[in-house]
Design a protein around this ligand. Structure first.
Ligand SMILES: Cc1cc2nc3c(=O)[nH]c(=O)nc-3n(C[C@H](O)[C@H](O)[C@H](O)COP(=O)(O)OP(=O)(O)OC[C@H]3O[C@@H](n4cnc5c(N)ncnc54)[C@H](O)[C@@H]3O)c2cc1C
Length: 429
């Protein structure tokens, strides 16, 4: 049982804060067309960026989305725009050679792409800011890794520095951490606004977006594909699968290569300005170094959003909420008693090597594998994959990686709790 049960506001809802602040995105009325140059499956950031790019390159493009538009991870994430691949550029190069370095360069390009969407000509209004990121080490065992990351980033010209324990109070109102690292190239958005704005942008560019329309199967034809959906059949020269964690049995090859893992977020009431400043004086996007990492930030309207998960056991939003509240107050005792107004969850897409992947199944393209950091990455992957298919750019570097199956995928609910126990033990050391 959590030591500190969550304090709930009178108007508490199990609903995503971001979605409650944004009108539902626009979509295309009427029936599905029976032909298109491209069908994109999945209308998250990846699918919409692909659709927008195809349309701008003169292709007719139809997006089919199984759920109501704006339902998915792309609208309910932490809104942290982080150019990261779970390892620094030197480590990626040691593991994957020149492909590793290219992947690092591309994740920076991904960040620039989303920044340009949010701040360039015809910007997508999504409360874009660039507060930087603070990575905090919860144990002395992790300090070397934090220092190593800073070294690797500064070697390639990134602005990053170590924050020693004695100086941490300038960055975070907490005594829970032993050191930290600041990485300046990190942004923040209101995720549902980014998603809705990207949907609008793709529609205005000429894409057609149909929600509540699920892919059933993709069949390669002599030329092109037959795309069978719950609302009819579309013939298309190209198909792009942008389903990330939610890949389902419509494409078993892809489903077996991704692991959906739940992540949860609570949002507090709007904090008084002095309390908000006592928690995060510099307003950075914060992560810790645990396997079951916590991530937190101030929202554009001045709440604290705190996310994470306890372990790999089955859970629900209420259980996760109490755990997160307990952890949040342990890290920031000044928040004890502050009511939570919203709690929600969503699925993160984990791959075996914790890297993104681009590939083909029977001629249909896919981009997947956010591993918890897809706001920049997956958006750009959709854009770049569309450019590549149109012959305007090379494929992303991750297309050169082997995309391996998740072992014993069908039995994952039996073994994942045990994996979780091992990871929790490591975190407790
Ligand atoms: C709680 C949470 C917090 C997160 N925080 C961050 C963060 O702070 N920063 C960050 O960078 N990343 C974060 N992420 C990850 C980020 O949200 C994802 O990387 C990103 O949204 C992936 O976008 P996507 O378009 O690839 O996938 P999604 O947004 O998941 O879209 C895939 C879509 O495919 C649809 N689909 C699936 N199967 C079918 C089918 N058969 N037919 C039709 N449609 C189908 C689904 O309904 C879904 O809408 C977080 C994720 C979660 C869940």
């Amino acid at each position: 049982m959590p030591a500190v049960p969550a304090v709930l506001s009178d108007d508490y809802v199990e609903r995503c804060l971001w979605q409650s602040q944004v009108d539902p995105p626009e979509r295309t009325p009427g029936p599905l067309p029976d032909r298109a140059d491209v069908v994109v499956v999945g209308a998250g950031l990846c699918g919409l960026a692909a659709a927008d790019t195809f349309a701008r390159l003169g292709r007719s493009v139809v997006v089919v989305e199984r759920e109501p538009l704006g339902w998915g991870a792309s609208s309910r994430n932490g809104g942290m725009v982080i150019p990261e691949l779970k390892a620094g550029p030197r480590t990626l190069e040691q593991r994957y050679g020149p492909v590793g370095l290219r992947m690092h360069a591309e994740v920076v390009e991904a960040f620039e792409y989303v920044r340009d969407l949010a701040t360039g000509d015809d910007p997508v209004e999504c409360s874009w800011a660039e507060p930087g990121m603070l990575l905090v080490a919860h144990s002395t065992r992790h300090v070397a890794a934090v220092r190593g990351l800073v070294d690797e980033l500064t070697e390639v010209g990134e602005s990053a520095h170590v924050v020693e324990r004695n100086d941490l109070h300038t960055e975070i109102g907490s005594d829970a951490f032993v050191a930290g690292a600041v990485v300046e190239r990190t942004g923040s958005v209101q995720p549902a606004a980014l998603h809705a704005g990207l949907a609008r942008r793709a529609l205005h560019a000429g894409a057609e977006v149909f929600d509540r329309t699920a892919l059933r199967s993709v069949r390669p034809l002599t030329v092109g594909h037959e795309v069978v959906t719950t609302r009819g059949v579309v013939r298309a020269a190209e198909v792009v699968l942008a389903t990330n964690a939610t890949a389902d049995a419509a494409v078993p090859h892809l489903e077996r290569r991704v692991l959906p893992v739940g992540s949860y977020i609570i949002a507090t009431e709007v904090l008084p300005a002095d309390l908000a400043a006592s928690v995060l004086p510099t307003g950075r996007m914060v992560f810790d170094t645990r396997n079951f990492l916590a991530y937190w930030r101030l929202t554009p309207d001045g709440r604290l959003a705190y996310g994470g998960r306890r372990n790999m056991d089955p859970t629900d939003v209420a259980d996760a909420r109490d755990f997160l509240y307990d952890q949040m107050v342990a890290v920031h005792p000044q928040l004890a008693g502050v009511p939570v107004t919203h709690a929600w969850g969503g699925a993160v897409c984990v791959t075996l090597d914790r890297l993104p992947h681009v590939g083909q199944v029977d001629g249909a393209w896919y981009a997947t594998g956010c591993n918890g950091s897809g706001v920049a990455l997956n958006t750009w992957l959709g854009h770049r994959l569309a450019e590549s298919i149109c012959g305007e750019a090379p494929l992303p570097a991750c297309a050169e990686l082997r995309h391996r199956r998740i072992p014993f995928h069908s039995f994952r609910s039996a073994y994942l709790p045990w994996v979780g126990r091992y990871l929790s033990l490591e975190d407790a050391r």
